[in-house]
Write a protein that binds this ligand. Structure first.
Ligand code: KG4
Ligand code: ZN
Length: 366
C-alpha cells in the first residue's frame, strides 16, 4: 500500500494489445497502483497475438485487475477525479473492452472521461515516479524515441501534448523485427526479451547485420534487416549441417547467442545514432525513450553513454513502465485533464490513431 494521495487520482485503463492494465496515478506522476495482467503466456503457444483471444482475455481480467489496483492504492472512488482510457492505436476488439469498461465506470460514478493515445502514454511514462522515488523529469524541448511492437518513431516536443514527427519506420516496427528474428532463432514469443537474454551470453559481436541508414533522414526501415537475418540464419544452419526447415533441429546455443547479439547491435546502432542526431539538430534539453523495446538493456546502455557524453539528460522509465501499462495512460490522461479535455460517452476505438503527422518534408529534417 502506498502513501495516501493528497490530490485526486486518475484511474487509467489500458487494453490496446495483450496487457490488461489498470492504474491509479496522482498529478500525472505519482503511481499509487499499476496492475498489469500479461497475456504473454496465452499467446506464446501461437507464436503471436490472436486478436479474438486477446479481447476475451481482457474481458476475463479487467475486473480483477481493477480490484487489485484499489487494494494496492488503498483508495476508492472518492479519491478519483477522472477516468482515462486508451482509445488507439491498437487491436479494435481489445481497445473496445477497455473503452466500454472506462465509459461505464465514468458514467456510473459521474467522473470525467479522458481519451488517451497509447503512443502518447509511452512518451508520458517518462514523467512517472514510483512511490518514494523522485526521478529526474524531462525538460523541453525534448526528443522522444518510441519503440514498441507496432511503432517506431522520433518526435520533438517543445511543450506538453505537442508533437512534431521527425521520422518513423517505413515498414516494420523495431519490436516487430525483434519478434520475427526471435522466431527465426527458435527463441519463441515475444522475441525482444528472448533476444536480449540470448545476446547477453555471446562472447563476441562478430556477425555483422546490415543497418538501413536512409541517408540523413530520421526515418527507419527494418524489413531489409529481417530479410538479411533470414539469410544469415539459413547459412548458419547449413554450416552446422541442419536441415533447413526442421524446427526441432536447433542451432548450437553459442551460434544463437552470436546471431542474437549481431542482430541486436544493428537495431540498437540505428536507433541510438538517429536519436542522438535528432536531439542535436533540435537543440533538445532532454531525451525520452519509451515503448516495449526501450526495455532493452543494450539500447538503454548505448543511449545512456551517448547522452552522457553530450551532457544530455536521458529519461528512460524502468522496464515495467516501458512495456504496456495503465500508469502511462494515467500520466498522459492527467495532462489532458489539466488542458480541459473531456471525452464523450460516444468515444470509439481508433485502431490506426497516429500520434503526430509529418508536417512538410523540409521540417521533418529538423
Ligand atoms: O510497447 P509494447 O509493450 O507493446 C506495444 O505497444 O507494441 O511493446 C512490445 C514489444 C514486443 O515487440 C517485444 O518483443 C518488445 O516490445 N520488447 C523488447 C524487450 N522487451 C519487450 N524488445 C527488445 N528487448 C527487450 N528487452
Ligand atoms: Zn505499447
Amino acid at each position: 500500500m502506498n502513501g495516501r494521495a493528497t490530490g485526486p487520482l486518475v484511474l487509467a485503463v489500458e487494453t490496446s494489445c495483450d496487457e490488461t492494465g489498470v492504474a491509479l496515478v496522482e498529478d500525472g506522476r505519482r503511481i499509487h497502483a499499476n496492475v498489469v495482467a500479461s497475456q504473454v503466456a496465452l499467446h506464446a503457444a501461437s507464436g503471436g497475438i490472436v486478436p479474438e483471444v486477446a479481447a476475451r482475455a481482457h474481458l476475463r481480467w479487467i475486473v480483477p485487475v481493477l480490484d487489485s489496483a484499489w487494494q494496492d492504492a488503498g483508495a476508492g472512488w472518492n479519491d478519483v477525479g477522472a477516468v482515462a482510457v486508451t482509445y488507439g492505436p491498437g487491436l479494435a476488439g481489445s481497445l473496445l473492452v477497455g473503452i466500454n469498461f472506462a465509459k461505464s465506470l465514468a458514467w456510473v460514478h459521474d467522473k470525467p472521461l479522458l481519451a488517451v493515445n497509447h503512443l502518447e502514454g509511452h512518451v508520458y511514462a517518462a514523467w512517472l515516479a514510483d512511490p518514494g522515488s523522485e526521478p529526474e523529469q524531462p525538460v523541453f524541448p525534448l526528443v522522444a524515441l518510441v519503440v514498441s511492437g507496432g511503432h517506431t518513431f522520433l518526435v520533438e516536443m517543445t511543450d506538453h501534448l505537442s508533437y512534431r514527427l521527425l521520422g518513423t519506420t517505413l515498414d516494420d516496427a523495431a519490436g516487430e523485427a525483434f519478434d520475427k528474428v526471435g522466431r527465426l532463432l527458435g527463441l519463441g514469443y515475444p522475441g525482444g526479451p528472448a533476444i536480449q537474454r540470448a545476446a547477453s551470453a555471446a562472447t563476441g559481436g562478430d556477425i555483422a547485420f546490415p543497418r538501413a541508414w536512409l541517408g540523413d533522414s530520421y526515418d527507419f526501415s527494418f524489413s531489409g534487416l529481417k530479410t538479411a537475418a533470414r539469410r544469415i540464419v539459413e547459412r548458419a544452419r547449413a554450416d552446422e549441417g541442419l536441415p533447413p526447415d526442421d524446427p526441432d533441429a536447433r542451432l548450437a546455443e553459442a551460434t544463437v547467442a552470436r546471431l542474437a547479439r549481431g542482430f541486436q547491435d544493428a537495431v540498437v546502432d540505428v536507433l541510438a545514432t538517429k536519436t542522438i542526431r535528432a536531439a542535436e539538430a533540435c537543440h533538445a534539453r532532454s531525451i525520452v525513450l519509451g515503448g516495449g523495446v526501450a526495455a532493452n538493456l543494450a539500447l538503454r546502455e548505448r543511449l545512456a553513454a551517448e547522452a552522457e557524453a553530450r551532457r544530455l539528460p536521458l529519461i528512460v522509465p524502468r522496464p515495467g513502465l516501458c512495456t504496456d501499462n495503465g500508469a502511462m495512460i494515467g500520466a498522459a490522461g492527467a495532462r489532458r485533464l489539466a488542458a480541459g479535455e473531456r471525452a464523450g460517452l460516444d468515444l470509439d476505438a481508433r485502431p490506426s490513431l497516429p500520434l503526430a503527422r509529418r508536417l512538410i518534408a523540409a521540417q521533418s529534417r529538423g
